[in-house]
Design a protein around this ligand. Sequence first.
Ligand code: DX5
Ligand code: ZN
Length: 215
Amino acid sequence: MKKIIIAPSILSADFANLERDIGIVEQAGADWIHVDVMDGHFVPNITIGAPVVKSLRKTSNLIFDVHLMISDPAKYWADFQKAGADIIVFHAEAVENPKDLLKTIKASGIKSGVSIKPDTPVSQIEDIIPFADIVLVMTVEPGFGGQSFMNAMVPKILRLRQIIDAGKYPCIIEVDGGINAQTSKICVQAGADALVSGNYIFGAPNIKQAIDCLR
Ligand code: DX5
Ligand code: ZN
């Protein structure tokens, strides 16, 4: 069986203790740290920017998976790359030419990915999958942690799995939103490779148990 990548979202961590909370999930076996960047424009919430990523970079060796929920990722992605992001995922809905941005980010030496909101069909990104290291399927409306998983997104995971396997593309399927002990199984069965989880992991009485359970 393949090893599922677990990416705790620090959106649900204690912002006054990010270093401590990243250390806790690192100790508990997390693979990536998922950083949700929101600009109050692409989504109705504002979180953190590149300076915070730069400071956190010094505290952890985990892979930093930066999810840009911003209106102009082409303008800002490089700030996050310089701050130490290992992966930058932007939204297909936010750019006119996602293929070019995927290539540009990749050319900087890090991994690049594209994300789709619940209303965006897989067909809209189908032709750029060969250029993406990651496709991130949103299983909630982006903007806030702690929302309920949208079951209607499962066919999108299945479809992506088909496309990626048929084309033998080196592309990972990441799922984000409402992931817990139950919904993680549904996603992995449908073909997900990486699971983002905020509320379930950081709200758990035993974080190691929660991560083991997702995996
Ligand atoms: C939502 C973010 C998610 C969110 C996941 O806009 O992209 O990464 O923090 O949190 P949970 O697991 O609580 O849904
Ligand atoms: Zn996210």
